[in-house]
Ligand binder design. Structure first.
Ligand SMILES: [Zn+2]
Length: 183
């Protein structure tokens, strides 16, 4: 009698378990229109990486136009610059305006404002640390804002690319010289 009621309980538990599973499924099916902060953050970080990819491609086009070569991507050096020119000792970052807190943007998220502000400040601190460290290692650090690829900010982009062009020309002249000089 006792055993029977126990068995019954086990059976009831299993049934509950199955019901729970169904419940979760239903919930996750409805999740796509209401995101938690964590989920939103996960989505936004995916947006960030793909968003960066397109601005990085645009920068590559700018390098090619100027016949600049010798960059490396995915360098593991401190701060992980988007482009590293080891021979020129130049590190280039392409910063997304929202994520890195550029003041060009007047649209700030109203929802979870405090959450985003803290996140952006953390990125800015990390950016500063990377610039300081790389500068100390003898790199010239160039930080390009995403918005500077817009036509109206073209001049600003030119200004930022100028030192890279110069470093490249200098390096080219030096290697040419050492190649022709007798050793
Ligand atoms: Zn900007």
């Amino acid at each position: 009698m006792t055993r029977n009621s126990e068995n019954k309980n086990v059976g009831a538990d299993n049934a509950n378990g199955a019901n729970d599973a169904n419940h979760v499924d239903k919930e996750s099916g409805a999740k796509h229109d209401v995101f938690t902060v964590a989920k939103r953050s996960q989505i936004m970080s995916k947006v960030r990486s793909t968003g960066n990819a397109s601005t990085e491609l645009r920068l590559i086009a700018e390098f090619k136009e100027r016949k600049i070569t010798g960059w490396r991507r995915n360098s593991k050096i401190f701060g992980r610059p988007d482009f590293l020119f080891p021979k020129l000792r130049v590190a280039v970052f392409v910063d997304g305006c929202f994520w890195h807190g550029h003041d060009c943007r007047n649209t700030k998220p109203k929802d979870n404002a405090e959450y985003w502000r803290a996140k952006i400040e953390r990125n800015q601190r990390r950016d500063r640390a990377a610039t300081e460290r790389l500068t100390a290692l003898g790199y010239r650090v160039v930080r390009i804002w995403e918005c500077e690829f817009q036509k109206k900010r073209r001049e600003r982009l030119e200004e930022k690319l100028a030192p890279i062009v110069e470093a490249f020309e200098r390096w080219k002249a030096e290697t040419k010289k050492s190649a022709t000089e007798p050793t």
